[in-house]
Design a protein around this ligand. Sequence first.
Ligand code: SAM
Ligand code: SF4
Length: 326
Amino acid sequence: MTQLIDTFGRHIDYVRLSVTDRCDLRCVYCMPEGFNDYETPDHWLSFDEIERVIAVFGQLGVSRIRLTGGEPLVRKGVPELASRIAKLDGIDDLSLSTNAVQLNKHADALHNAGVSRINVSLDSLRADRFRAITKGKLEKVIAGLMAAKAAGLSPIKINMVVMKGINDDEVEDMVDFCIEHDFTLRFIETMPMGDTGLEASDRYVNLQDVRQRLEQRFDLIPGVMPGGGPARYVQVSGTEVRIGFITPISQHFCETCNRVRLSAEGTLYMCLGQNDKLELRPLLRHGISDEDLQTAILDAIARKPERHEFNDKPSQIVRFMSMTGG
Ligand code: SAM
Ligand code: SF4
Protein backbone atom coordinates (compact mmCIF):
# COMPACT_ATOMS: atom_id res chain seq x y z
CA MET A 1 0.00 0.00 0.00
CA THR A 2 1.18 3.56 -0.71
CA GLN A 3 2.21 5.27 2.52
CA LEU A 4 2.61 8.92 3.38
CA ILE A 5 6.32 9.40 4.01
CA ASP A 6 7.67 12.93 3.80
CA THR A 7 11.08 14.08 2.55
CA PHE A 8 12.49 13.83 6.11
CA GLY A 9 11.46 10.18 6.39
CA ARG A 10 8.54 10.84 8.73
CA HIS A 11 5.56 8.52 8.38
CA ILE A 12 2.29 10.48 8.43
CA ASP A 13 -0.44 8.25 9.85
CA TYR A 14 -2.49 10.77 11.82
CA VAL A 15 -4.94 13.47 10.71
CA ARG A 16 -6.38 16.09 13.01
CA LEU A 17 -9.72 16.90 11.50
CA SER A 18 -11.38 20.19 12.38
CA VAL A 19 -15.14 20.07 11.90
CA THR A 20 -15.76 23.75 12.65
CA ASP A 21 -13.72 26.86 13.40
CA ARG A 22 -16.47 28.08 15.76
CA CYS A 23 -16.33 27.80 19.49
CA ASP A 24 -18.56 28.37 22.50
CA LEU A 25 -15.57 29.53 24.58
CA ARG A 26 -12.95 32.24 24.10
CA CYS A 27 -9.73 30.98 25.64
CA VAL A 28 -7.28 33.86 25.98
CA TYR A 29 -4.47 32.05 24.15
CA CYS A 30 -6.64 30.81 21.30
CA MET A 31 -9.14 33.42 20.10
CA PRO A 32 -9.36 37.18 20.58
CA GLU A 33 -12.24 38.35 22.76
CA GLY A 34 -15.29 39.16 20.63
CA PHE A 35 -13.84 37.31 17.62
CA ASN A 36 -16.53 36.17 15.21
CA ASP A 37 -14.89 36.33 11.81
CA TYR A 38 -15.76 32.72 11.10
CA GLU A 39 -15.94 30.75 7.89
CA THR A 40 -19.48 30.57 6.53
CA PRO A 41 -20.97 27.08 7.00
CA ASP A 42 -21.22 26.79 3.16
CA HIS A 43 -17.47 26.65 3.15
CA TRP A 44 -17.24 23.84 5.67
CA LEU A 45 -16.65 20.47 4.14
CA SER A 46 -19.91 18.51 4.27
CA PHE A 47 -19.95 15.15 6.08
CA ASP A 48 -19.93 13.44 2.66
CA GLU A 49 -16.84 15.41 1.63
CA ILE A 50 -15.09 14.71 4.93
CA GLU A 51 -15.88 11.01 4.66
CA ARG A 52 -14.45 10.93 1.15
CA VAL A 53 -11.22 12.70 2.11
CA ILE A 54 -10.68 10.52 5.18
CA ALA A 55 -11.36 7.38 3.12
CA VAL A 56 -8.54 8.47 0.78
CA PHE A 57 -6.25 9.13 3.75
CA GLY A 58 -7.13 5.61 4.97
CA GLN A 59 -6.03 4.23 1.59
CA LEU A 60 -2.76 6.13 2.08
CA GLY A 61 -2.01 4.44 5.40
CA VAL A 62 -3.54 6.94 7.83
CA SER A 63 -5.03 4.99 10.73
CA ARG A 64 -5.67 7.64 13.38
CA ILE A 65 -8.15 10.50 13.25
CA ARG A 66 -8.83 13.13 15.88
CA LEU A 67 -11.96 15.27 15.64
CA THR A 68 -11.23 18.79 16.77
CA GLY A 69 -12.03 22.45 16.07
CA GLY A 70 -12.78 25.19 17.15
CA GLU A 71 -15.09 23.27 19.37
CA PRO A 72 -16.20 20.16 17.49
CA LEU A 73 -19.38 19.69 19.54
CA VAL A 74 -20.68 23.05 18.32
CA ARG A 75 -21.35 21.43 14.94
CA LYS A 76 -24.56 19.41 14.71
CA GLY A 77 -24.31 15.69 14.04
CA VAL A 78 -20.71 15.05 15.15
CA PRO A 79 -21.58 11.60 16.60
CA GLU A 80 -23.02 10.67 13.19
CA LEU A 81 -19.85 11.87 11.45
CA ALA A 82 -17.80 9.91 13.98
CA SER A 83 -19.63 6.70 13.22
CA ARG A 84 -19.09 7.20 9.47
CA ILE A 85 -15.37 7.77 9.97
CA ALA A 86 -14.98 4.87 12.42
CA LYS A 87 -16.30 2.47 9.76
CA LEU A 88 -13.77 3.47 7.09
CA ASP A 89 -11.15 0.95 6.03
CA GLY A 90 -7.82 1.49 7.74
CA ILE A 91 -9.08 3.83 10.46
CA ASP A 92 -8.57 2.10 13.77
CA ASP A 93 -8.26 4.95 16.24
CA LEU A 94 -10.83 7.74 16.50
CA SER A 95 -10.52 10.37 19.22
CA LEU A 96 -11.90 13.81 20.06
CA SER A 97 -10.52 17.06 21.48
CA THR A 98 -13.16 19.11 23.22
CA ASN A 99 -13.67 21.84 25.79
CA ALA A 100 -16.34 19.52 27.28
CA VAL A 101 -18.93 22.31 27.67
CA GLN A 102 -21.49 20.21 25.76
CA LEU A 103 -19.99 16.80 26.43
CA ASN A 104 -22.61 15.93 29.03
CA LYS A 105 -25.19 15.69 26.22
CA HIS A 106 -23.04 13.77 23.74
CA ALA A 107 -20.68 11.47 25.66
CA ASP A 108 -22.75 8.30 25.26
CA ALA A 109 -23.52 8.91 21.57
CA LEU A 110 -19.85 9.60 20.84
CA HIS A 111 -18.73 6.45 22.59
CA ASN A 112 -21.37 4.38 20.79
CA ALA A 113 -20.26 5.94 17.49
CA GLY A 114 -16.71 4.64 17.91
CA VAL A 115 -14.86 7.48 19.64
CA SER A 116 -12.66 5.65 22.09
CA ARG A 117 -10.82 8.40 23.92
CA ILE A 118 -10.93 12.13 24.45
CA ASN A 119 -8.76 15.11 25.34
CA VAL A 120 -10.39 17.87 27.34
CA SER A 121 -9.03 21.39 27.80
CA LEU A 122 -9.07 22.43 31.44
CA ASP A 123 -6.85 25.28 32.54
CA SER A 124 -8.20 25.95 36.02
CA LEU A 125 -10.26 24.27 38.73
CA ARG A 126 -11.41 27.60 40.15
CA ALA A 127 -14.69 28.79 38.68
CA ASP A 128 -13.77 32.49 38.68
CA ARG A 129 -10.42 31.88 37.09
CA PHE A 130 -11.85 29.43 34.59
CA ARG A 131 -14.29 32.12 33.55
CA ALA A 132 -11.52 34.70 33.23
CA ILE A 133 -9.46 32.39 31.00
CA THR A 134 -12.27 30.95 28.85
CA LYS A 135 -15.43 33.05 29.40
CA GLY A 136 -17.19 29.78 30.25
CA LYS A 137 -18.63 27.90 33.21
CA LEU A 138 -16.44 25.37 34.98
CA GLU A 139 -19.40 23.34 36.26
CA LYS A 140 -20.41 22.40 32.71
CA VAL A 141 -16.93 21.11 31.94
CA ILE A 142 -16.85 19.05 35.14
CA ALA A 143 -20.28 17.62 34.29
CA GLY A 144 -19.01 16.79 30.79
CA LEU A 145 -15.94 15.05 32.21
CA MET A 146 -18.01 12.94 34.58
CA ALA A 147 -20.39 11.99 31.76
CA ALA A 148 -17.41 10.95 29.63
CA LYS A 149 -16.08 8.78 32.44
CA ALA A 150 -19.51 7.20 32.98
CA ALA A 151 -19.82 6.55 29.23
CA GLY A 152 -16.58 4.55 29.29
CA LEU A 153 -14.38 6.88 27.25
CA SER A 154 -10.80 6.00 28.16
CA PRO A 155 -8.24 7.35 28.58
CA ILE A 156 -9.52 10.85 29.34
CA LYS A 157 -6.67 13.31 29.03
CA ILE A 158 -6.79 16.78 30.55
CA ASN A 159 -4.89 19.46 28.61
CA MET A 160 -3.75 22.40 30.72
CA VAL A 161 -2.02 25.35 29.05
CA VAL A 162 0.26 26.68 31.79
CA MET A 163 0.47 30.49 31.90
CA LYS A 164 2.65 32.55 34.20
CA GLY A 165 0.65 34.55 36.74
CA ILE A 166 -2.63 33.12 35.42
CA ASN A 167 -2.80 29.45 36.43
CA ASP A 168 0.76 28.27 37.09
CA ASP A 169 0.04 28.04 40.82
CA GLU A 170 -2.53 25.31 40.11
CA VAL A 171 -0.34 22.60 38.64
CA GLU A 172 -0.26 20.57 41.88
CA ASP A 173 -4.05 20.89 42.30
CA MET A 174 -4.53 19.63 38.76
CA VAL A 175 -2.35 16.58 39.50
CA ASP A 176 -4.47 15.86 42.60
CA PHE A 177 -7.67 16.22 40.55
CA CYS A 178 -6.38 13.77 37.94
CA ILE A 179 -5.28 11.27 40.60
CA GLU A 180 -8.75 11.49 42.15
CA HIS A 181 -10.51 10.82 38.82
CA ASP A 182 -7.92 8.66 37.09
CA PHE A 183 -7.40 11.12 34.26
CA THR A 184 -4.15 11.55 32.33
CA LEU A 185 -2.78 15.08 32.60
CA ARG A 186 -0.84 16.98 29.97
CA PHE A 187 0.75 20.34 30.54
CA ILE A 188 1.18 22.46 27.41
CA GLU A 189 3.50 25.42 26.81
CA THR A 190 1.75 28.51 25.46
CA MET A 191 2.46 28.95 21.76
CA PRO A 192 2.30 32.26 19.89
CA MET A 193 -0.70 31.64 17.60
CA GLY A 194 -1.63 35.00 16.08
CA ASP A 195 -2.76 38.09 17.95
CA THR A 196 -5.23 36.66 20.46
CA GLY A 197 -4.74 39.51 22.92
CA LEU A 198 -2.55 37.33 25.16
CA GLU A 199 1.14 38.15 24.97
CA ALA A 200 2.27 34.52 24.84
CA SER A 201 5.93 35.34 25.52
CA ASP A 202 5.05 37.18 28.76
CA ARG A 203 2.94 34.25 29.94
CA TYR A 204 5.31 31.52 28.84
CA VAL A 205 6.28 28.96 31.49
CA ASN A 206 9.06 26.47 30.80
CA LEU A 207 7.62 23.05 31.61
CA GLN A 208 11.00 21.74 32.73
CA ASP A 209 10.54 24.07 35.72
CA VAL A 210 7.01 22.75 36.32
CA ARG A 211 8.34 19.21 36.35
CA GLN A 212 11.01 20.09 38.88
CA ARG A 213 8.39 21.76 41.04
CA LEU A 214 6.10 18.71 40.92
CA GLU A 215 9.00 16.45 41.85
CA GLN A 216 9.12 18.17 45.23
CA ARG A 217 5.64 16.87 46.03
CA PHE A 218 5.16 13.77 43.89
CA ASP A 219 7.38 10.81 43.16
CA LEU A 220 7.52 10.89 39.35
CA ILE A 221 8.87 7.92 37.43
CA PRO A 222 9.67 8.07 33.72
CA GLY A 223 6.81 6.42 31.89
CA VAL A 224 5.46 5.77 28.46
CA MET A 225 2.07 6.31 26.93
CA PRO A 226 0.89 4.12 24.09
CA GLY A 227 0.29 5.98 20.84
CA GLY A 228 3.37 8.18 20.74
CA GLY A 229 2.64 11.85 20.11
CA PRO A 230 4.55 14.89 21.27
CA ALA A 231 4.16 14.55 25.05
CA ARG A 232 6.95 13.24 27.24
CA TYR A 233 5.38 11.26 30.06
CA VAL A 234 6.05 10.45 33.69
CA GLN A 235 3.92 8.38 36.04
CA VAL A 236 2.94 9.39 39.56
CA SER A 237 4.36 6.61 41.72
CA GLY A 238 1.72 4.52 43.48
CA THR A 239 -0.99 5.56 41.00
CA GLU A 240 -1.95 4.80 37.42
CA VAL A 241 -1.83 8.50 36.58
CA ARG A 242 0.48 9.73 33.87
CA ILE A 243 1.58 13.29 33.35
CA GLY A 244 2.73 14.49 29.94
CA PHE A 245 4.72 17.59 29.09
CA ILE A 246 4.10 19.09 25.67
CA THR A 247 6.99 21.45 25.03
CA PRO A 248 6.78 22.91 21.52
CA ILE A 249 8.88 25.89 22.58
CA SER A 250 11.56 24.59 24.96
CA GLN A 251 12.15 21.25 23.19
CA HIS A 252 10.47 20.96 19.84
CA PHE A 253 9.47 17.50 18.68
CA CYS A 254 9.23 18.11 14.95
CA GLU A 255 11.60 15.26 14.07
CA THR A 256 8.95 12.75 15.12
CA CYS A 257 5.93 14.63 13.75
CA ASN A 258 3.44 12.14 12.33
CA ARG A 259 0.48 14.38 11.55
CA VAL A 260 -1.24 16.85 9.28
CA ARG A 261 -4.28 19.02 9.97
CA LEU A 262 -7.43 19.37 7.88
CA SER A 263 -9.33 22.58 8.62
CA ALA A 264 -13.11 22.87 8.61
CA GLU A 265 -13.11 24.56 5.21
CA GLY A 266 -10.96 21.84 3.71
CA THR A 267 -7.43 23.25 3.85
CA LEU A 268 -4.77 20.68 4.61
CA TYR A 269 -2.00 22.24 6.73
CA MET A 270 1.29 20.39 6.79
CA CYS A 271 2.52 22.06 10.01
CA LEU A 272 0.82 23.94 12.84
CA GLY A 273 3.54 26.56 12.77
CA GLN A 274 4.00 27.05 9.01
CA ASN A 275 1.89 28.19 6.08
CA ASP A 276 2.36 25.24 3.69
CA LYS A 277 -1.08 24.03 2.67
CA LEU A 278 -3.30 22.33 0.11
CA GLU A 279 -6.83 23.61 -0.57
CA LEU A 280 -8.95 20.50 -0.92
CA ARG A 281 -12.42 22.07 -1.09
CA PRO A 282 -12.13 23.43 -4.66
CA LEU A 283 -10.76 20.10 -5.83
CA LEU A 284 -13.61 18.18 -4.21
CA ARG A 285 -16.25 20.57 -5.55
CA HIS A 286 -14.83 20.36 -9.08
CA GLY A 287 -15.15 16.62 -9.25
CA ILE A 288 -11.59 15.39 -8.64
CA SER A 289 -11.20 11.60 -8.88
CA ASP A 290 -10.02 9.57 -5.88
CA GLU A 291 -6.82 8.77 -7.73
CA ASP A 292 -6.03 12.46 -8.36
CA LEU A 293 -6.96 13.25 -4.76
CA GLN A 294 -4.37 10.70 -3.61
CA THR A 295 -1.76 12.28 -5.88
CA ALA A 296 -2.57 15.80 -4.62
CA ILE A 297 -2.20 14.63 -1.01
CA LEU A 298 1.08 12.81 -1.75
CA ASP A 299 2.46 15.98 -3.41
CA ALA A 300 1.41 18.08 -0.42
CA ILE A 301 3.05 15.71 2.07
CA ALA A 302 6.26 16.02 0.06
CA ARG A 303 6.15 19.73 0.99
CA LYS A 304 5.80 19.15 4.75
CA PRO A 305 8.38 21.46 6.36
CA GLU A 306 11.10 20.11 8.59
CA ARG A 307 9.98 22.03 11.67
CA HIS A 308 8.01 24.93 13.10
CA GLU A 309 9.76 28.24 13.73
CA PHE A 310 7.94 29.52 16.82
CA ASN A 311 11.28 30.42 18.39
CA ASP A 312 13.07 31.92 15.36
CA LYS A 313 10.09 33.79 13.91
CA PRO A 314 7.52 34.12 16.69
CA SER A 315 5.53 36.76 14.85
CA GLN A 316 5.20 34.76 11.63
CA ILE A 317 1.95 32.92 12.30
CA VAL A 318 -1.29 34.73 11.73
CA ARG A 319 -3.60 31.77 12.08
CA PHE A 320 -5.40 31.12 15.35
CA MET A 321 -5.34 27.56 16.63
CA SER A 322 -9.12 27.41 16.24
CA MET A 323 -8.69 28.01 12.49
CA THR A 324 -6.04 25.38 11.84
CA GLY A 325 -7.64 22.75 14.01
CA GLY A 326 -5.76 22.41 17.28
N1 SAM B 1 -11.95 23.27 21.51
C1 SAM B 1 -11.22 22.07 21.77
C2 SAM B 1 -10.39 22.18 23.02
O1 SAM B 1 -10.26 23.29 23.53
O2 SAM B 1 -9.87 21.16 23.47
C3 SAM B 1 -10.36 21.61 20.60
C4 SAM B 1 -9.57 22.64 19.86
S1 SAM B 1 -8.33 23.51 20.79
C5 SAM B 1 -7.75 24.63 19.58
C6 SAM B 1 -7.08 22.24 20.96
C7 SAM B 1 -6.02 22.50 21.99
O3 SAM B 1 -5.24 23.59 21.57
C8 SAM B 1 -6.51 22.85 23.38
O4 SAM B 1 -5.97 21.92 24.31
C9 SAM B 1 -5.95 24.22 23.65
O5 SAM B 1 -5.62 24.38 24.98
C10 SAM B 1 -4.77 24.25 22.73
N2 SAM B 1 -4.34 25.61 22.34
C11 SAM B 1 -5.02 26.56 21.68
N3 SAM B 1 -4.28 27.68 21.49
C12 SAM B 1 -3.07 27.42 22.06
C13 SAM B 1 -1.86 28.16 22.22
N4 SAM B 1 -1.75 29.40 21.77
N5 SAM B 1 -0.84 27.56 22.87
C14 SAM B 1 -0.95 26.31 23.35
N6 SAM B 1 -2.04 25.55 23.23
C15 SAM B 1 -3.10 26.10 22.61
FE1 SF4 C 1 -12.37 27.15 21.93
FE2 SF4 C 1 -10.66 25.16 22.30
FE3 SF4 C 1 -9.83 27.54 21.36
FE4 SF4 C 1 -10.63 27.36 23.88
S1 SF4 C 1 -8.87 26.29 22.97
S2 SF4 C 1 -11.25 28.97 22.41
S3 SF4 C 1 -12.21 25.85 23.76
S4 SF4 C 1 -11.14 26.15 20.33
